[in-house]
Design a protein around this ligand. Structure first.
Ligand SMILES: Nc1ncnc2c1ncn2[C@@H]1O[C@H](COP(=O)(O)OP(=O)(O)OP(=O)(O)O)[C@@H](O)[C@H]1O
Length: 292
């Protein structure tokens, strides 16, 4: 049985664009700093998709007080899944392409500083959410953003430039999606359920989202003419998308989406396909401790 001062760092060796050497430096710094603070530190590398959830679940069972996720939003999501509704707090060390949750929470984007924050920080309660059985912490959605998440997953190289190129290409091929939202017919460019305010890279779809208010921001972008693309993109990164005539937001606790065929969605950027076209979204208030 671990003591309360046990701390685990989970590292995804494939995350982001940092090299193996940089990750080794990060691992060594974590072990050194944690020991100096009187923790009993352990490190685990993920060996396959879903492994971070298994490792974090084991740390919860063993009574670890802190688990650091060193990776992109996917690794942070997988780690956080196992820490929900537990007394073990999540430390975020962002080394991914978007780092949406880290940016929303003001976690340092410098990984060494983020390790310090995770070791010194205090646990703060935040909400999580679910789309069907898939937990998410930042955003989930459908339409264009899901289309891009699916296309990005096919790319061999990660990172922001690849993401931008993928999004640009996807834009020209994309047709707005039709579905029922809480029984109402919709044809939207995109539909986002935001726990945090941004997708990552400071692309703010829900500028006023509060991650601890027990609510999700449901953000609709209705179809727009090509000439509005520039201003919409500018507003997205300028944190003023909610002032656009094409944006509509509502604060919700649950929603049901029903499409006619299989529905492409994403949860924290991970692409998923719902074969029966039905998505049930709900907030899970106060369900995760994050070290801030
Ligand atoms: N050893 C591994 N082999 C293959 N896949 C892995 C391994 N470890 C983790 N994964 C998977 O890789 C996915 C992507 O990882 P992560 O999000 O950390 O990096 P990223 O994709 O580079 O970052 P971002 O999501 O910010 O672009 C995770 O969701 C996880 O399922």
């Amino acid at each position: 049985m671990a003591t309360l001062s046990s701390v685990l760092a989970i590292i995804n060796p494939l995350s982001g664009t940092t090299t193996a050497e940089q990750k080794a430096l990060l691992r060594d710094a974590f072990l050194r700093k944690a020991k100096a603070l009187g923790y009993a530190p352990e490190v685990a590398m993920t060996a396959h998709a879903g492994h971070a959830t298994e490792l974090a679940a084991d740390a919860v069972l063993r009574g670890f007080s802190r688990v650091l996720a060193i990776g992109g939003d996917g690794t942070i999501n997988e780690t956080a899944q196992a820490l929900r509704r537990s007394a073990t707090a999540l430390g975020i060390v962002p080394i991914g392409s978007g780092n949406g949750l880290a940016r929303h929470l003001g976690v340092p984007l410098n990984p060494m500083k983020a390790v310090e924050r995770a070791l010194h920080g205090r646990p703060v309660v935040i909400d999580s959410a679910e789309i069907n059985e898939h937990p998410f912490f930042c955003t989930a959605g459908l339409g264009f953003e899901a289309h891009v998440a699916h296309a990005f997953a096919q790319q061999a190289v990660r990172g922001l430039p690849t993401y931008m190129r993928t999004a640009f290409r996807a834009f020209w091929a994309y047709k707005p999606t039709r579905f029922l939202l809480d029984g109402q017919e919709k044809e939207l460019f995109s539909l986002t359920f935001a726990n945090a305010g941004q997708f990552g890279n400071n692309a703010w779809m829900a500028p006023k989202a509060n991650i601890a208010d027990g609510r999700l921001e449901q953000c609709e972008i209705r179809p727009f003419p090509a000439q509005a693309t520039g201003i919409l993109t500018w507003r997205l990164f300028n944190k003023t998308i909610d002032q656009s005539a094409y944006w509509r937001g509502r604060s919700i606790t649950k929603a049901i989406v029903q499409a006619e065929g299989p529905l492409l969605i994403h949860a924290d950027g991970e692409p998923l396909t719902l074969p029966d076209g039905k998505a049930e979204v709900r907030i899970v208030p106060g369900s995760l401790l994050v070290l801030l």
